[in-house]
Ligand binder design. Structure first.
Ligand code: URA
Length: 464
């Protein structure tokens, strides 16, 4: 294979040329093959490449090549020996977004419930999840509040849990997509995180490394989304769908609203507690949007996996699996297989032990009209649920409870949010942040719809 010269690749992209496959593959190879003594490409050159891509973009072929080069830069998970339909869900990140904790057991229960045959193979969900990022929560941080739960499984252990349970929830290992580690860390310091091309390559390389038959993406829109406008979220969804399909993975993206925290709680243990309640048929009214979104995403997955004729039928099936208790049984199996202590689910409320709390009340009667959901997410992080720098511990018990949803009528003095923390001194700043962002209007306002649009290889389907 010919060696590339990093400076040529940077100059070509800087001047707006399309890079050849050899240039992209050579550049990614140089990133992962460099060592202390052999600096095939320097951090400065990688940063310059990232900025050139940020400014000039990539065409569909370049993006597919970059994604594939990153995907194969380390170990990949091959589920072919399990002889199942391998499927996953990925969210671009939200506040109170805990759908993974419901979707993994729903799909596992669906896969186990139907006998495996040539036409309808079993389902397996190798969910490789992340930690909290910016204002958004992380599935791993939530799962690790379950005593003993091991998110750090190797690929052989992952296969074993999948064989037994149909789903597993684990963290990324250092050997999966190592190119993304270097690129992501440099993006964070060079103002190049928000490129839809770089986000697509980063997310899709990791998802495609799971060797998926199909992938459902939950691309957030609204004030709590990473992308600043609806159009940019839709463009990101299109790029990810196009890149997944080019790699041979059926990919569907749901554009969903993130204008307010999803469900009843936002935090770490409190989110596990909420999901356990739902799976045990304790349906709190504030959890309605969470249940709806989990069913919509599971429905799309069940449709792609051949278990339902339409995504709508799939959503109905998902709800049946939830209400029958099958999802809860699958959840207990997954947690047990990953070393978790099941006794905490007997009375999850009793394991919520914040040291301090405060309630935010409506200052006047009216309708809850809007909030900056990103600001709400930052408030949750600053209560202790997130980390100020990589490696910091997160609080299991910090978080917020929502008592009202957008569009709802509220009376003066009615509780809107309860804030929890393990440190009383951490309550004041988030309290101010929430008071500053909540808007109550005199006139009725319409609650925003949860599902806005579906993007697939077939095109777009607008819902609202
Ligand atoms: N999550 C990722 O894994 N990568 C990104 O670039 C953004 C979100």
């Amino acid at each position: 294979m010919n060696q590339i010269h990093p400076i040529d690749v940077i100059l070509h992209k800087r001047d707006g040329a399309a890079l050849s496959d050899e240039e992209i593959q050579g550049f990614v190879r140089a990133i992962v093959e460099r060592t202390g003594e052999r600096q095939l490409v320097t951090d400065a050159q990688i940063a310059a490449f990232l900025m050139a891509v940020f400014l000039k973009g990539l065409d569909a072929r370049e993006l597919a090549t970059l994604t594939a080069a990153m995907r194969f830069s380390g170990d990949t998970f091959d589920a072919s020996s399990l002889k199942t339909f391998t499927i996953d869900k990925h969210s671009t990140g939200g506040v109170g977004d805990k759908t993974s904790l419901l979707i993994a057991p729903i799909l596992a229960a669906a896969g186990i419930a139907t006998p495996t045959s040539e036409e309808v193979p079993g389902i397996c969900v190798p969910m490789i999840s992340g930690r909290s990022l910016g204002h958004t929560g992380g599935t791993l941080d939530k799962l690790e509040t379950i005593p003993g739960f091991n998110t750090q499984l190797g690929l052989a252990q992952l296969a074993e849990v999948l064989r037994r349970c149909g789903a597993a929830l684990i963290g990324q290992t250092p050997r999966i997509v190592p190119a993304d580690r270097t690129l992501y860390a440099l993006r964070d310091h060079t103002g190049t995180v928000e490129s839809p091309f770089l986000i697509t390559a980063s997310i899709m390389s990791k998802k495609l490394a799971e060797s998926l038959n199909a992938l459902v993406l939950d691309v957030k829109v609204g004030s709590g989304a990473f992308m600043p406008s609806y159009e940019q979220s839709r463009f990101l969804a299109e790029l990810m769908v196009q890149t997944g399909e080019r790699a041979g993975t059926r990919t569907v993206a749901l554009l969903t609203n993130m204008e307010q925290p999803l469900g009843r709680f936002s935090g770490n243990w409190v989110e596990v507690w909420e999901c356990v309640d739902i799976m045990k048929q304790v349906r709190h009214p504030m959890s309605a949007d969470l249940i709806e979104l989990s069913n919509l995403l599971s429905g799309s997955m069940l449709h792609l996996a051949g278990r339902a004729k339409t995504p709508e039928e799939g959503a109905g099936l998902a709800d049946e699996i939830l209400t029958s208790g099958a999802a809860y049984r699958a959840w207990l199996g997954i947690v047990e297989a990953q070393g978790g202590d099941l006794s905490v689910f007997e009375d999850p409320a009793s394991h919520h032990r914040p040291q301090a709390s405060t309630v935010i009340k409506a200052s006047r009667p009216g309708y809850l009209a809007s909030m900056d959901c990103k600001q709400v997410g930052w408030a949750v992080q600053r209560l202790g649920a997130g980390r100020a720098k990589p490696g910091d511990p997160v609080s299991a018990h910090a978080g917020i409870e929502s008592h009202a949803k957008l569009g709802q009528r509220v009376e003066e003095g009615q509780a809107l949010f309860t804030l929890f923390s393990e440190d009383e001194s951490l309550l004041e700043e988030p309290r101010k942040m929430l008071l500053d962002t909540l808007v109550i209007s005199e006139k009725p306002v319409n609650a925003p719809p949860l599902l806005r649009e579906v993007v697939s290889a077939a095109g777009h389907e607008s819902i609202s």
